[in-house]
Design a protein around this ligand. Structure first.
Ligand code: CA
Length: 239
């Protein structure tokens, strides 16, 4: 499972129903009953999308969405708001705090369709958009990576891997997830293959002083981070 969806909903029955349906559709799910719990989950790893209930105890879904939009790390997470009434839905879209909404009650099938649509729209590694991070520039149309005037020489796999990582920063991916997302097939490729390509990619990025952006997270996988790593769970190891 490579697309991880965070479900923030205080009603256990609704939460379970959504979880069941998303898992049936092949999604990886994680649940939170309030904003506080959701934030703890997000602090550990960014989900690919959040289903966020409007009416939550303590902090409301709207308030929580605003909090996420204010922070660089969480700003880009796609949010689908779950609302009880259409007026709320109008407000959600009007305030520009969610990427889409669902009015309760909704059919699981429609929910899955909406999730797929939002992910397609917001999955940048699949687009031709230029990615630029603190001096490192990746141009899909030219298949080229540069840092200032320096070209970074990459093999096709390293290029693909870097494109994915640059569009998915600040979150940890397991080797298995990287195989799914970058190679598209994790069945016939050994996980240690990832380490080989990560090593090559680091070596290529070393020439422009960006190799430390690829972090090894012990017992988990890899994270591409342009900010300082969290001291307790991230450590760069020599491979
Ligand atoms: Ca609720």
């Amino acid at each position: 499972m490579f697309v991880r969806i965070l479900i923030v909903e205080d009603e256990p029955a609704v939460r379970e129903l959504i979880t069941y349906n998303l898992q049936q559709s092949g999604y990886d799910t994680v649940q939170a009953e309030d904003a506080e719990k959701a934030m703890m989950i997000i602090n550990e790893a960014l989900p690919d999308l959040i289903l966020l209930d409007w009416m939550l105890p303590k902090m409301s879904g709207v308030e929580f969405a605003r909090t996420l939009r204010r922070q660089d790390r969480t700003r880009g997470i796609p949010i689908i708001m779950l609302t009880a009434r259409t007026e709320e839905a109008d407000k959600v879209m009007g305030l520009d705090i969610a990427d889409d909404y669902m009015t309760k009650p909704f059919s699981p099938r429609e929910l899955v369709a909406r999730i797929n649509a939002v992910l397609r729209r917001l999955a940048p590694e699949a687009s031709d958009q230029v990615v630029e991070l603190d001096g490192l520039k990746l141009e899909p149309s030219k298949h080229q990576v540069t840092a200032g005037n320096n070209k970074v020489e990459l093999g096709p796999t390293e290029y693909k891997l870097l494109h994915f990582l640059m569009t998915h920063t600040e979150r940890v991916y397991t080797r298995s997830q990287l195989l799914d997302r970058v190679w598209g097939d994790h069945v016939f490729v050994e996980e240690r293959t990832i380490d080989v390509h990560i090593r090559r990619l680091r070596k290529a990025l070393e020439s422009v002083g960006k190799d430390e952006w690829i972090q090894t997270v012990r017992g988990a996988g890899y994270r591409f981070s342009v900010v300082a790593p969290l001291a307790d769970d991230a450590a760069k190891t020599s491979l």
